[in-house]
Design a protein around this ligand. Structure first.
Ligand SMILES: [Zn+2]
Ligand SMILES: [Zn+2]
Length: 350
């Protein structure tokens, strides 16, 4: 098959790769129809870390991508809820499928979890085909119910936004800051307003992203042009009770505690780098509750599906660019550029 293959930092290539085989009896093979690039893929692209060793040209090759949807073309004999022909999306990672965490808490809590497409342990779905282990606990059947855009966003971005926003202790009438207006941040703005925030401040250096946040109802500022000071000014120097960090960029992470009001909550979802630190002094002196973590993707679907079906959550206009799988290297380059107007990229595989 053809796939996007990690050959080293800033070196993602469209090339031939071994066809996936069923890893276990409870796996399926998905023929990928669409996939997308996640902001966290850029840490890999930059030669940074996603928790393990930093990525280098010596990292063994693997198919990239943990955001993909497709059609089941083969199902192992122990798969109960999917059959050949089903259209499905997969959570960004797969656990063992057997432990208490996998069966009750979601695969990301499994001691043996692997994220798709961040290393050779579990091949990714920026490819024509991908094996999804433990399909019953990892996949969602999307037959006829979801747009491709929503299905792709439910693999990670929308679920991570929901996870981060709900852990920011947003109260009706409260002030919220969303730091970083990529797809997760923009969905975070929409969700914060759905949860009753009176005012949502949004920070991002890219003007087109700020314009999208303002269209959703946020008040947007440029963090490179006194954005933090503007939020403090608008909140009488207090900051916001709820701050959602949705980028993982070091400057964004560093701005969160100064933006958080006394007694407020800071919620982080971006993958930090070893250089990123929080001030214990600010946490103590401002009584700040700090939360961070990796989203339990499958656990958010029961909440997000009704919001999408009822049209309460729209996540409109996030896919700004479309590429073919063969143009993957260019898609990564453009996504990494954070050029004006680049929000999220859909890669057409079919
Ligand atoms: Zn991701
Ligand atoms: Zn498990």
């Amino acid at each position: 098959m053809k796939a996007l293959v990690f050959n080293g930092p800033r070196d993602i290539r469209y090339e031939s790769f071994a066809d996936p085989e069923l890893l276990t009896h409870n796996s399926v093979i998905l023929k990928v129809t669409k996939c997308s690039i996640c902001g966290s893929d850029l840490h890999m692209y930059h030669g940074e870390t996603l928790g393990g060793a930093p990525y280098t040209a010596d990292t063994p090759k693997f198919c990239t991508g943990h955001e993909f949807i497709g059609e089941v073309v083969e199902a192992g004999k122990d798969v109960r809820t999917f059959k050949v022909g089903d259209k499905a999306l997969a959570a960004g990672g797969a656990g063992c499928g057997k432990c208490v965490a996998c069966l009750t808490g979601g695969p990301m809590k499994c001691a043996n979890v692997h994220v798709f497409g961040i290393g050779p342990e579990l091949q990714g779905g920026q490819a024509e085909y991908v094996c999804v282990p433990n399909a019953d606990t990892v996949m969602l059947n999307t037959q006829g119910e979801l747009s491709d855009e929503h299905a792709l966003l439910l693999t990670d971005a929308m679920t991570t936004a929901y996870f981060g926003v709900t852990r920011a202790d947003i109260k009706p009438g409260g002030n919220v800051v969303v730091v970083g207006l990529g797809p997760i941040g923009l969905i975070g703005v929409e969700l914060a307003l759905l949860l009753g925030a009176a005012r949502v401040f949004a920070l991002d250096p890219v003007a087109s992203r700020r314009a999208m946040a303002e269209k959703l109802g946020a008040v947007a500022f440029d963090p490179t042009n006194d954005g933090v000071a503007h939020v403090l000014e608008a909140t009488n120097g207090r900051g916001a009770e709820s701050v959602f960090e949705a980028s993982g960029a070091s400057a964004a992470i560093a701005s969160v505690l100064p933006l958080t009001a006394w007694g407020g909550t800071a919620s982080f979802i971006g993958i930090p780098q070893p250089r990123d630190q929080l001030s214990m002094r600010l946490i103590m002196m401002k009584n700040i509750t700090v939360r961070g973590g990796i989203c339990q993707v499958t656990q958010t679907w029961p909440q997000l599906m009704p919001l999408l079906q009822q049209g309460r959550l729209k996540t409109a206009g996030l896919f700004s660019h479309h590429f073919k799988l063969s143009e993957g290297a260019e898609a990564f380059r453009l996504f990494d550029s954070r050029d004006e107007g680049v929000i999220k990229i859909m890669v057409d595989v079919d």
